[in-house]
Design a protein around this ligand. Structure first.
Ligand code: FES
Length: 162
C-alpha cells in the first residue's frame, strides 16, 4: 500500500477513530491508553485524530502533541512493515557501521527516520544494540544481524522484499 492509499484509508477510518475516542470521553487520565489503542489499530496515530482526542479529553491539542512527541514509541507517520535499525554505536562505527548505514540508505532509497513509499521499510539508527561483539550490527523487525558486510546487507534487504 502506498502513502496516498494509506491516507485515503485513514480518511475512511475517521469514524472508527471517533468511536475509539468516545470510549475514553472526558477521561483526561486515559490519554496514553487511548493513544496506544489508536496506534495499535492503525500502526500510528493519524494527525487528523489529534484534535478529536484533545476535544474529547478536554485537553489542548498542544498537550496531546506534547505527549506524543515525548514518547519515542508513539508515531504520527505511517511506519514500514519492517523497521530496519542500523547501530551507530562506537563498536559498530569502528567496524564499518557508517558504510553499512550508507548501503542500507542506498538500497532502500530513504534516509534515517523515513519510510519507503510502499510502506515496507522504515529506517532508524540506534546508539547501541547491546551486542557489540558482533559489530557491525543491524536489526530488522526486532531480529539482530551481526558481522554485517555489503553482501549481507543486500541479501537481507532483498530477502525482505520477497
Ligand atoms: S555499538 Fe553496535 S551493538 Fe554496541
Amino acid at each position: 500500500m502506498d502513502k496516498a492509499k494509506a491516507t485515503a484509508n485513514i480518511e475512511a477510518c475517521m469514524t472508527r477513530i471517533s468511536d475509539i475516542v468516545a470510549e475514553y470521553s472526558q477521561q483526561e487520565w486515559a490519554l496514553i491508553p487511548l493513544l496506544q489503542k489508536i496506534q495499535n489499530e492503525f500502526g500510528y496515530i493519524p494527525p487528523q485524530s489529534i484534535p478529536i482526542i484533545a476535544k474529547n479529553l478536554r485537553l489542548f491539542t498542544s498537550q496531546v502533541q506534547g505527549v506524543i512527541s515525548f514518547y519515542a514509541q508513539l508515531y504520527t507517520e505511517p511506519r514500514g512493515r519492517h523497521v530496519v535499525r542500523v547501530c551507530r554505536g562506537t563498536a559498530c562505527h569502528v567496524r564499518g557501521g557508517k558504510t553499512i548505514l550508507k548501503l542500507v540508505k542506498r538500497h532502500l532509497m530513504i534516509d534515517e527516520g523515513q519510510t519507503t513509499p510502499d510502506l515496507e521499510y522504515t529506517l532508524e539508527t540506534v546508539a547501541c544494540i547491546g551486542v557489540c561483539a558482533l559489530a557491525p550490527n543491524i536489526v530488522i523487525s526486532d531480529r539482530v544481524f551481526g558481522h554485517m558486510n555489503p553482501k549481507k546487507v543486500e541479501l537481507l534487504l532483498r530477502k525482505g522484499e520477497e
